[in-house]
Ligand binder design. Structure first.
Ligand code: FES
Length: 194
C-alpha cells in the first residue's frame, strides 16, 4: 500500500479494541476488525493495572483505542508521511516541544514516542475532557485546508491536535494530549508501565 493510500480517509478503518471506548472516542462508524486484548479485572483496573494489547495487526495509518484507567488511549500506527508532517505543522502549534505537557521522559522527543511509528496518547481533550475524533485526512477543508496535517479534532469546542497529540494555537485546549506510561515488546504494547 502506498503512503498516499495509507492516509486516504476513505480507506481508513479505526480498530476499536474497547466497546466502551467507541462512544468515548466519538469516532465515525467504520469497519472494525476486532482486536483481541487482555484486560485486567475491573478491580485490578481500578487499581491502575497495566493493560496489554497486541498491535501487530494494526495497519499503517490506522488507529485503535484501548481503555486504561477508564480513559481511551489512542494508538496510531503512523506512516512515513504522517511522521514527515510533524515538522511543517510546528508553526501552527502552541507547545511544539511539549515543554508544558505531560509525557514520560522517554517520550520527550519530537515524535513523543518510544517507536516513532507508534503514537500512544490519551484520547481526552485537555480543555474540558471530551474525546477528540481521529482525523488523519490531510488538507481537510473543515479543519483548515492546507493548515491541516492530520491529527485529532475535538468536536466539543473545536480544539485541534496534530499526530503527536500536540495542540494547535488559538483553540480552547491549553495543553498537548498527555502520553501515558507504556512499553513495547515487539508488537505487544503495555499501557501503564514503563
Ligand atoms: S473539550 Fe475539547 S475543545 Fe472543549
Amino acid at each position: 500500500m502506498s503512503q498516499a493510500e495509507g492516509v486516504n480517509v476513505q480507506r481508513r478503518r479505526v480498530l476499536i479494541a474497547s466497546t466502551a471506548a467507541i462512544g468515548a472516542a466519538g469516532v465515525a462508524a467504520v469497519a472494525t476488525p476486532f482486536v483481541r486484548s487482555w484486560y485486567p479485572s475491573a478491580k485490578a483496573e481500578a487499581a491502575g493495572a497495566a493493560v496489554t494489547q497486541d498491535i501487530g495487526s494494526v495497519e499503517e495509518g490506522q488507529m485503535i483505542v484501548v481503555k486504561y484507567r477508564g480513559k481511551p488511549i489512542f494508538v496510531v500506527k503512523r506512516t512515513e508521511e504522517m511522521l514527515g508532517n510533524l515538522k511543517p505543522v510546528i508553526p501552527l502549534l502552541s507547545d511544539p516541544d511539549s515543554l508544558a505537557s505531560l509525557q514520560p521522559e522517554y517520550c520527550a522527543n519530537p515524535t513523543r514516542s518510544l517507536d516513532p511509528s507508534i503514537l500512544v496518547v490519551e484520547g481526552v481533550c485537555t480543555h474540558l475532557g471530551c474525546a477528540p475524533n481521529y482525523r488523519p485526512d490531510i488538507g481537510a477543508t473543515d479543519l483548515g485546508g492546507n493548515d491541516w496535517y492530520g491529527g485529532f479534532f475535538c468536536p466539543c469546542h473545536g480544539s485541534k491536535y496534530d499526530l503527536a497529540g500536540r495542540v494547535y494555537s488559538g483553540v480552547p485546549a491549553p495543553l498537548n494530549l498527555p502520553i501515558p506510561e507504556y512499553s513495547m515488546d515487539g508488537t505487544i504494547l503495555t499501557v501503564g508501565e514503563a
